[in-house]
Design a protein around this ligand. Structure first.
Ligand SMILES: *[C@@H]1O[C@H](CO)[C@@H](O)[C@H](O)[C@H]1NC(C)=O
Ligand SMILES: *[C@@H]1O[C@H](CO)[C@@H](O)[C@H](O)[C@H]1NC(C)=O
Length: 806
C-alpha cells in the first residue's frame, strides 16, 4: 500500500494527495495509545526521516482521535472511541485520517474503521407501561408492544424478546423486512377482572452480543371491568316469620345481593319484582340501596297469613344485570281481634207474657283470630231474667223466667264475648230490652168498699163520693172506665146515681128520702180498655142522712079532724091522776124523732094539769074543785128535737065529772087505741135509751182499745172506709150530737181472732136495719145478750144505728 498512488490532486499540483488503500481497524473503546497501524511503514517512510519530514495528522478531526508516534511511525488511539457516538446506527463506521509529511509535502489518506463492541444493552423507551384490556377481550387478540432499542449494531443489536411466564398472555415477535423485531402480546386465556384485576408482565429484550445483554420493560395489564356479573343473592328463597302485630317500621330482613363487578356495574339497587302484589307493596317497604325490608303497614294474619315478596337486585352497568330472590313471610297470629257480636234479630219489646225459654234474640259471634284466639264464649249479666244458649258460634237469647212489666219494664242486658287468647280480648254489647205490656192485671179499687153520705132532700146532682181504682198495666190496658151496675129496688141503679166514667165521681140522680131508703148499695164496676178488658167491682154504700122533715104525728088521741071525745076525770081524783097519754110519732129518726110534750098556756086552765115532758102523760096537778070549769080544753104541743124543731099541737078536752069509775084506777093501756103500731112508741124509747147506752159503750170500748194498745181509732168521714191495717181497729162515726151513725170494727187479716167478735141483739132489734158484712165468722144472733166485753162484743142498737163488721 503506497501513498500517492491513486488519484492524487496534490501530486498533480506540485504537492499532491497520496491516497492509497491503507485501511486500519480498531475496536471501539480501545485504550488510549492502542496502536491502530504502522503508518510510516505502510506509507513507505523511513523511521529516521519521520522527524525531518514533520509527519503529522492533517485534520483537526483526525488529531482528535488519533496521534502518530514519530519515533515509530505508529498511529495510536488518542482518545476513547465510541462507535455509537461517532457513527450512530450506521452499520459501518469508518473514520478518515489525513497524514501530512513535508519535504516534500505529501498528503496521505488513511481509513480507520471503528469496530463495534457490544457495549450497549437493549432498552425500552418506556420501562414501565400499563396496558388496559377489557376483560371481555377475545382469546388470540394481539396487543403490540414497544420494541426495545439497542445502539449496537449487527449481532449486538436486539436479537430476541422474552416474556415472563404468566397465565394469560404469550409473546409473539414479528420481524420486519429490515430485520427489526416487533413484540406483540397474544391473549391466550380469557381475562376475568373479578378473578385478577391486574397482571404484571416483564418483557425482556436480548441482543446477540456475546455476552448477550438484555433490557426489560414492566408491563402492567389492567383488566377493565365489563358488566358480566349479575347481582346474586345468598339464597334464592328466604323465610321469615313475623308476628302480625309487628309495628310499622320494624326490620324484617336485610337482603344482600353481591355483584363482584366494579363501579356502576357493581352498584346494586333493590326493587320489588314485576309481579309483586299490591298488598305486598302496601305492607312492606324495600330500601333500594340498603336492601332492608321493613314492615310499612299493619300486618293482619286474618287478612293474609302468608306473603311472598319477589325481590330484584339490579346493577347499573350497561346492560343492566339482575338477580332475584323470593322472601316468604309467614305472619303469625296474635290475639289482636276482639270477638265481634252481631245481632241477627231481636224481639224488642218482649211481651211480658212470653213464656220461659222463648228465644228473643239471635246472635252471631265471630273472632277473626285463629285457634284459641278465635274461640269465643258469650256471657250475660246474671241479674237479668235472660240466658244465653249456644249452638256452635250461634247464640240465642232466651227468657229464663217469666217477665212482669209491672215489676220491671226495661232490662239492660249486657253480653260479654270473650275469646280464648291470653290475654283474652272481650267485647261487650249492651241491649236495652223493653217489656211490653199485656193486660194481665185487673183494675183494683183502692178501698174494699166506699161509703157516701147524702142528706135526704138534697137536690140531684150533688157529688156523693169519688171511687178510685188503679191498674198497674200500661197504656190502654190501664185506661179505666167506671160504670154503675145492677138494680136497686127493681129500678136500674143508674137511675139513682150517675158516675163519671173517667174520674169515678158519683153524683146523685134524684132526691133521697131517708124515710123511704136509708142505705143504698150501689155496685160500681170498672174496666180497663185492653183488647180483652179486665174488670172489678165495688159496692158504694150510700147512707141517706136524716133531715128533720117530718112533724110529729099524733096517734092518740085520735086525729085532729075528728071531734075529740072528752076524757072523763072524777072530781075526786087526787093530784097526779093520770088523765090520758098523748102518743105521737115522728117519721124522722134520732133527735128528729125524739119528741117532747108541753102544755100550752092557751089551755083553759094550764095550772090544773101537768104534761110529762117525755112520756106525754097528762096528769092532774092538784085537787079538783067544783069551781073548776067542767070541760077543760088542753092544748098540748108535741115537738121533736130537730134543728129547727117541728111541732104539732093536739087539743084534748077533759070533762070533770062527779061519779068516779072503778076502772079509772086501773092501770090504763093508752096504747090500746093505737094497736096498729104498738112497737113504735116502745121503739122510740129504746132508741133514746140506746143513744146513751151505745155512746157509753163506745167510749168504754174505745178506751179499752186504747189501753190495750191495739190500735188507734179515728173518726171517719165520707168515703173513708176501713182499709185493712196490720192491727185491729175500730172505726166509728160520732155525729156532733153524740149519735152513733155507724161503727166499723176491723181486724187485720180476718184471722182466727176475728171470730172473737160476736153480736147479739135485744129482742127489739130482731128486725133491725143493721147491716152485716163479711160475716161468715159472725156468731149467730143471740137474743137477750146484754154483756159487752172488749173481745166478745155485744151490741144493742137502736134503729138508727148501723153496725158494720168486716
Ligand atoms: C224502650 O223504651 C224506651 C223508653 O222507655 C224507648 O225510648 C225506646 O224507644 C224503647 N225501645 C223499643 C225498641 O221499644
Ligand atoms: C162483682 O164482683 C163479684 C165478686 O167479686 C162477682 O161475683 C160479681 O159477679 C161482680 N159483679 C159484676 C156486675 O161484675
Amino acid at each position: 500500500l503506497i501513498g500517492c498512488t491513486g488519484t492524487d490532486l496534490f501530486s498533480l499540483c506540485g504537492w499532491g494527495w497520496v491516497s492509497g488503500q491503507i485501511r486500519y481497524s480498531v475496536l471501539e473503546e480501545s485504550e488510549v495509545g492502542t496502536a491502530v497501524g504502522n503508518v510510516a511503514q505502510d506509507l513507505g517512510l523511513k523511521v529516521e526521516q519521520l522527524a525531518g519530514r514533520r509527519l503529522r495528522l492533517g485534520s483537526e478531526e483526525s488529531r482528535q482521535h488519533f496521534a502518530v508516534r514519530l519515533d515509530s511511525g505508529v498511529l495510536v488511539v488518542s482518545e476513547r472511541l465510541d462507535r455509537e457516538r461517532l457513527c450512530g446506527a450506521a452499520s459501518s463506521c469508518v473514520l478518515s485520517v489525513q497524514v501530512v509529511a513535508e519535504n516534500p509535502l505529501q498528503l496521505f489518506r488513511l481509513e480507520v474503521e471503528i469496530l463495534d463492541l457490544n457495549d450497549n444493552s437493549p432498552s425500552f423507551p418506556t420501562a414501565r407501561r400499563s396496558l388496559r384490556i377489557a376483560e371481555s377481550a377475545a382469546v388470540a387478540t394481539r396487543f403490540p408492544l414497544e420494541s426495545a432499542q439497542d445502539p449496537d449494531v449487527g449481532t449486538n443489536a436486539v436479537g430476541s424478546y422474552r416474556l415472563n411466564p404468566n397465565s394469560h398472555f404469550s409473546l409473539d415477535v414479528k420481524q420486519l423486512q429490515d430485520g427489526k423485531l416487533f413484540p406483540e402480546l397474544v391473549l391466550e386465556r380469557a381475562l376475568d377482572r373479578e378473578e385478577r384485576p391486574e397482571l404484571q408482565l416483564v418483557l425482556t429484550a436480548v441482543d446477540g452480543g456475546s455476552p448477550a445483554r438484555s433490557g426489560t420493560a414492566q408491563i402492567t395489564v389492567q383488566v377493565l371491568d365489563i358488566n358480566d356479573n349479575a347481582p346474586a343473592f345468598d339464597r334464592a328463597t328466604y323465610k321469615v316469620q313475623i308476628p302480625e302485630n309487628t309495628p310499622v317500621g320494624a326490620l324484617l330482613l336485610q337482603l344482600n345481593a353481591s355483584d363482584p363487578d366494579e363501579g356502576p356495574n357493581g352498584e346494586t339497587q333493590y326493587s320489588f319484582g314485576v309481579h309483586t302484589s299490591e298488598a305486598v307493596r302496601r305492607l312492606f317497604a324495600l330500601d333500594p340501596h340498603s336492601g332492608e325490608v321493613r314492615v310499612s303497614g299493619e300486618l293482619d294474619f286474618e287478612e293474609s297469613p302468608f306473603y311472598e315478596i319477589h325481590v330484584r337486585a339490579r346493577d347499573r352497568g350497561v346492560p343492566e344485570m339482575e338477580g332475584h330472590c323470593v322472601l316468604q313471610v309467614e305472619v303469625e297470629d296474635a290475639n289482636d281481634n276482639p270477638p265481634e257480636v252481631l245481632l241477627t234479630s231481636l224481639l224488642n219489646p218482649v211481651p211480658e207474657d212470653t213464656p220461659p225459654e222463648t228465644v228473643v234474640g239471635l246472635f252471631n259471634v265471630r273472632d277473626r283470630d285463629s285457634g284459641a284466639n278465635g274461640d269465643v264464649s258469650l256471657e250475660i249479666s246474671p241479674s237479668v231474667p235472660f240466658a244465653v244458649r249456644s249452638l256452635q258460634n250461634h247464640f240465642s237469647l232466651v227468657t229464663r223466667q217469666s217477665l212482669d212489666r209491672e215489676t220491671t219494664s226495661q232490662y239492660v242486658v249486657q253480653l260479654i264475648a270473650q275469646d280464648g287468647g291470653s290475654p283474652a280480648l272481650t267485647t261487650s254489647l249492651t241491649l236495652l230490652l223493653n217489656v211490653s205490656d199485656v193486660n194481665d192485671n185487673p183494675p183494683r179499687f183502692l178501698q174494699p168498699s166506699y161509703d157516701a153520705f147524702v142528706p135526704e132532700n138534697s137536690p140531684p146532682g150533688s157529688l156523693l163520693c169519688t171511687v178510685s181504682a188503679s191498674d198497674p198495666d200500661d197504656g190502654d190496658n190501664s185506661l179505666l172506665v167506671y160504670s154503675i151496675e145492677g138494680h136497686v129496688q127493681g129500678a136500674p141503679a143508674s137511675s139513682y146515681v150517675h158516675i163519671n166514667p173517667n174520674d169515678g165521681n158519683l153524683y146523685a140522680q134524684r132526691t133521697f128520702d131517708f124515710e123511704l131508703l136509708q142505705v143504698l148499695p150501689i155496685s160500681v164496676a170498672v174496666r180497663d180498655s185492653g183488647s180483652l178488658p179486665l174488670h172489678a167491682n165495688v159496692t158504694v154504700y150510700i147512707f141517706v142522712l136524716d133531715q128533720n122533715d117530718h112533724s110529729p104525728t099524733i096517734l092518740h088521741p085520735a086525729g085532729n079532724g075528728d071531734v075529740p071525745t072528752p076524757e072523763r076525770v072524777p072530781l075526786s081524783a087526787p093530784p097526779g091522776y093520770l088523765v090520758t097519754k098523748v102518743t105521737a110519732v115522728d117519721a124522722d129518726a134520732g133527735y128528729n124523732a125524739w119528741l117532747s110534750y108541753r102544755l100550752l098556756p092557751e089551755s083553759t086552765e094550764p095550772s090544773l094539769f101537768h104534761v110529762s115532758q117525755y112520756t106525754g102523760e097528762v096528769r092532774t096537778a092538784r085537787v079538783l074543785r067544783d069551781t073548776d070549769v067542767a070541760v077543760q080544753q088542753l092544748l098540748i104541743l108535741v115537738a121533736d128535737n130537730g134543728d129547727p124543731p117541728l111541732s104539732t099541737t093536739v087539743t084534748i078536752s077533759v070533762a070533770l065529772e062527779e061519779e068516779a069509775l072503778e076502772e079509772s084506777y086501773k092501770p090504763r093501756d093508752f096504747l090500746a087505741g093505737a094497736k096498729e103500731k104498738p112497737d113504735l112508741t116502745l121503739y122510740l124509747i129504746i132508741a133514746l135509751a140506746a143513744v146513751s147506752t151505745v155512746a157509753l159503750a163506745t167510749v168504754t170500748l174505745l178506751a179499752a182499745w186504747c189501753l190495750m194498745g191495739s190500735a188507734g181509732w179515728a173518726l171517719v168521714g165520707c168515703c173513708r172506709g176501713s182499709a185493712r191495717k196490720p192491727t185491729s181497729h175500730f172505726h166509728g162515726q160520732l155525729k156532733p150530737d153524740g149519735f152513733i151513725k155507724y161503727l166499723d170494727v176491723g181486724r187485720a187479716g180476718l184471722g182466727s181472732q176475728a171470730q172473737n167478735y160476736t153480736s147479739c141483739f135485744s129482742p127489739m132489734s130482731e128486725q133491725s136495719d143493721f147491716l152485716f158484712r163479711g160475716g161468715e165468722d159472725l156468731k149467730s144472733r143471740s137474743p137477750g145478750c146484754s154483756f159487752c166485753s172488749v173481745l166478745g162484743m155485744c151490741w144493742d142498737f137502736s134503729h138508727s144505728l148501723a153496725l158494720r163488721y168486716y
